[in-house]
Ligand binder design. Structure first.
Ligand code: HEM
Length: 489
């Protein structure tokens, strides 16, 4: 008996020794990792944000944790974020490889491409294509407003009652990006639309939820039929969805006369010729899915957060409505150009983005070379976790860090001001590519809806719960939205 116990202990010691993780020299400090698991057992994998905050209180703005045997540096607070992502823009612009997200997207697309010419060319191409969005006949603003009219019809039918908005804004955001990418919009009841939204929202929760962490931490388990396989299955369906659109476009595409993003890309493939260019059909399919994914689950969760807070802060809602009425007067529709004349509404939208904290841990970065940050040495290819949440709630940066209060974005004269710590889209060369589109969507959707409707917390709505559900994106818990037509309509 004693022999077996001693053997067991020795076995454990050997295992500990073999798999022990050794922090590189002068690496940022952090909690002691255990073999194989690293620090993941010390984090609440359902939502690690609070644990990451506590670690920052103990170890400082730059600290390290281990995901399995892989070291990661967590950036906290404005100063660390700027010194890394802006001052050392190139050094911190890499993307990790070998994680579940890379395997699902087969190393293609744009979001997860490592820093280098393929990423740069694709990023530049999309930014230009989105910017020149005189694509086809409709401008971006018209596309958004056309989709908002469907949202308005939905709320007109719900006036006097309450409605379940859980996937409503996903349908809006998804349709806007679908018209940009494919020139297609789907009816809200359409099964394809509902299916892609379900796949996107499921994947956003799996990827950095407990099963995603297990996949990334324990490579031996990757082939087993565990819940993370759903992510791969969903992606197959999404690939077929994008592939079908591309196949249809190939049949009807007229070179030099682009109708949408796919046509522009096909033009680009032709322009580059057969020069082994990274612009090719398979890259296009993953690129489309990246954009579809990035544009759907972010804007919609921000809108869900907006209505949760607007319903429960009627004073803020009323003040926006008063401003919107005054500025728009008899005008038929809101326009993005109206925003400088609406400082309070602008402040409200920014405050919504701050509390929504929609992509709390950004998309993970890596270092592209050996570098230093705040006195620590960080080797090339180290995983970097930009904790955007820590900046959006940083006590020294905000007048009211823990409240929902548009005054965070107003000066003493009531003018709109944007503090440096406002970085829901991240900063630096990897910063969100859809910022312009997202800001236009948020403005046009919120202004149009607030002008026409009053949103109230339904009597049977229970107590509002502001704690979001964690994933790549944060999602408010399901709630009901009470809708009334405004008195002056
Ligand atoms: C409220 C809405 C949105 C928020 C809060 C948001 C936030 C973010 C964040 C935090 C990142 C990571 C940046 C980094 O790694 O440093 C990101 C990346 C990205 N976003 Fe967004 N996003 C939003 C909407 C959109 C939209 C509408 C699109 C599509 C047009 C989009 C496309 C992308 C792409 C392609 C990337 C990857 C950029 C790269 O790796 O170079 N996003 N976004």
């Amino acid at each position: 008996m004693l022999d077996s116990l001693i053997l067991l202990c020795l076995g454990f010691c050997l295992l500990f020794f073999l798999f022990r993780t050794k922090r590189p020299k002068n690496f940022p400090p952090g909690p002691r990792p255990v073999p194989i698991f690293g620090n993941i057992l010390q984090l609440n994998l359902e939502n690690p944000i609070n644990d990451l905050k506590k670690l920052s209180e103990r170890y400082g703005q730059v600290y390290s944790i281990y995901i399995g045997s892989r070291p990661a540096v967590v950036l906290n607070g404005l100063q660390a974020m700027k010194e890394a992502l802006v001052t050392q823009a190139v050094e911190f612009a890499g993307r990790p490889q070998g994680l579940m997200v890379n395997h699902v997207t087969e190393g293609k697309g744009v979001v997860l491409l490592n820093h280098g010419p393929i990423w740069r060319d694709h990023r530049r191409f999309a930014l230009m294509t989105l910017r020149n969005f005189g694509l086809g006949k409709q401008s971006m603003e018209e596309r958004i407003l056309a989709e908002v009219s469907h949202l308005t019809s939905h709320f007109e039918k719900s006036a006097g009652k309450s409605t379940d908005p859980q996937t409503l804004f996903h349908k809006t955001a998804s349709n806007i990006i679908c018209t940009v990418l494919f020139g297609t919009r789907y009816e809200h009841e359409d099964e394809t639309l509902q299916l892609i939204i379900r796949m996107i929202t499921e994947n956003a929760k799996i990827v950095n939820g407990p099963w995603g962490m297990i996949y990334d931490t324990l490579p031996l388990l990757r082939g087993l039929p565990l819940p993370f396989q759903k992510n791969f299955k969903n992606f197959e369906t999404l690939k077929k969805f994008a592939g079908d659109h591309v196949a249809q476009h190939e049949k009807s595409w007229v070179p030099g006369e682009p109708r949408d993003f796919v046509d522009c890309y096909l033009d680009e493939v032709e322009k580059r010729g057969d020069d082994d260019s990274s612009f090719n059909k398979s890259q296009l399919i993953f690129y489309l899915l990246d954009l579809q994914f990035a544009a759907t689950d972010t804007t919609s969760n921000t809108l869900l957060t907006a209505f949760l807070y607007l319903m429960t802060h009627p004073d803020v809602q009323e003040r926006c409505q008063k401003e919107i009425d005054e500025v728009l007067g008899e005008k038929a529709q809101a326009s993005f150009e109206d925003r400088p004349r609406m400082p309070y509404t602008q402040a409200m939208i920014h405050e919504v983005q701050r509390v929504a904290n929609t992509v709390p841990l950004s998309v993970f970065h890596t270092t592209t070379k050996d570098t230093q940050l705040m006195g620590y040495d960080i080797p090339k290819d180290t995983l970097i976790i930009p904790n955007l949440s820590s900046v959006l709630n940083e006590e020294s940066q905000w007048k009211f860090p823990h409240d929902f209060n548009p005054s965070n974005f107003l000066n003493d004269e009531g003018e709109f001001v944007k503090p440096e710590a406002f970085m829901p889209f991240s900063v630096g060369p990897r910063m969100c590519m859809g910022e312009g589109l997202a800001r236009m969507e948020l403005f046009l959707i919120l202004v149009t809806l607030l002008r026409r409707f009053q949103f109230i917390w339904p009597e049977d709505g229970g107590v509002p719960d502001y704690t979001p559900v964690f994933g790549i994106t944060l999602t408010p818990k399901p709630y009901k939205l009470g809708v009334r037509l405004r008195g002056n309509q």
